[in-house]
Design a protein around this ligand. Structure first.
Ligand SMILES: [Zn+2]
Length: 269
């Protein structure tokens, strides 16, 4: 079976990881097909922070929620500032940012929770979504990892936060890396490499101070360092820049794009 498959329900298209689904975790990585947006008309932008028409975004979110089978009013979001702060979603935070950006969990790039059926929702256009699912306790983590968050070890820190908050044994974690920019298309310069000590192996030297950077590899390394088994790490292998007609890509569209949403719910155990 493939590690990542595309589905369609009610004309809403999204990708899922069969391994996560088999373990009982509701999740989805939205495609940009259909929907409505004032930024890129006819696309399913799910983010409120990119200057889009608010009514259109909320309509898109409702359609996405219905297709995935979650409650749109419970979407719990965070501000995503390319930092490395991890916040535990407790009852009082459910629905943060569901209907307006002002109430989103501030200055945070990863959320964890053990409350079942609360859809965490983070937004991406080339940055790396890392989905974490504790098959023993049902707890989850959802990470937004661009290069800045990755060099700040956000994925490692999110696993550590789950260990601390829920007693997660990393050996029981399933980890999935969603559609995002691949090393095939991600050129960076010395500024990035100088801040990525210990990750030199993921920079392919192109000469003239340019490198192709493998963020999937960097985040996989952090997962393993945090105790996740290599066989429990699934990579979608989908490059958003190559597949910008299906997923949102900041690079492919020169910044004029919406955001895809990745949704993940904790499971009942
Ligand atoms: Zn690519």
């Amino acid at each position: 079976m493939k590690d990542f498959v595309i589905r369609n329900k009610n004309n809403i298209w999204y990708g899922i990881f069969p391994a996560l689904e088999r373990a009982g975790f509701i999740h989805a990585c939205s495609c940009r097909l259909h929907g409505d947006s004032a930024i890129v008309p006819g696309t399913l932008n799910l983010a409120l922070h990119v200057g889009d028409d608010m009514e259109m975004v909320l309509h898109n979110r409702k359609a996405f929620a219905e297709a995935v089978g979650v409650e749109a009013s419970c979407f719990t979001t965070c501000q995503q500032i390319h930092g490395s702060k991890v916040v535990q979603v407790t009852e009082d935070l459910i629905g943060s940012g569901a209907f307006d950006f002002a109430t989103t969990v501030s200055e945070t790039d990863a959320l964890i929770t053990n409350i079942p059926n609360v859809p965490l929702l983070l937004f991406y256009a080339d940055c790396v979504p890392v989905l974490l699912a504790d098959t023993e306790t049902g707890a989850i983590g959802l990470v937004h990892a661009g290069w800045r968050g990755t060099v700040a070890h956000i994925t490692f820190k999110t696993v550590a936060a789950m260990v601390e908050a829920f007693g997660t044994n990393p050996q029981h974690l399933l980890a999935a890396i969603g559609p995002s920019i691949g090393s095939c298309c991600y050129e960076v310069d010395d500024v990035v490499r100088e801040q990525a000590k210990g990750y030199e192996e993921f920079f392919l030297d192109k000469g003239d101070g340019k490198y192709q950077l493998d963020l999937w590899g960097m985040n996989s390394k952090q997962l393993k360092e945090a105790g996740v088994s290599a066989e429990n790490i699934v990579v979608s292998g989908v490059c958003t820049n190559d597949n910008y007609r299906l997923f949102c890509s900041y690079r492919a569209e020169q910044g004029k794009t919406g955001r895809m949403g990745v949704c993940l719910c904790a499971a009942t155990r």
